[in-house]
Design a protein around this ligand. Sequence first.
Ligand code: 6GU
Length: 224
Amino acid sequence: MRIDIISVVPELMYSPFAGSIMKRAQEAGLAEVHFHNLRYYTTNAYKQVDDYPYGGGAGMVLMVAPIDKCISQLKAKRTYDAVIYLTPDGDVLNQGIANALSLFQNIIVLCGHYKGVDQRVRDMFVTHEISIGDYVLSGGELAAAVLCDSLIRLIPGVLGNETSALTDSFQDGLLAPPVYTRPADYNGHQVPEILTSGNTPKVEAWREEQALKITKQKRPDLLE
Ligand code: 6GU
């Protein structure tokens, strides 16, 4: 998967991509991530990327022209499956959306900032609008990093068997069961006996039972 991320503050996203799974995926050639600073695509003499909203009001709006220039240059080089705009009024990201988007080859991820982008950007270029939850962030950058992490970990080969995405919370519609590691006894706090029994079918049955119990307790809405 190739991901082109467009932003006025790409540096906000560098570190999430520079470690752990997202770094490994890039090193293995399974994910290719490119950042594009919108400031390099200005089209007027003042190097302006934003302007006051028509009709007045607080905040600035990202202009159409620099975004058009950046997206057009990218589209001239390859075909994109999606242009995703991160915005609090988008569809709220969930595992089903992540699974679907992870199948794409080339995507453009556009980060809103200030009051957002000129509506004509959305009308002309954007194919998907995504939010990461019902709260306000200063811009789409951190949301873009969250979205990309959720997609990259689903690319076949990115996770080894031992960390398979198939056992993640939500992937089967349930929260994950509790996990334990050594020691089996920590100051009298014991690991459930079944996990040290070596009986794999029983362990699996216990995990399923726990996942169901925890989901009922914490997120009954997931079972409806
Ligand atoms: Cl995608 N952007 C902003 N600015 N705030 C958000 C968001 C996105 N998702 C949740 N809150």
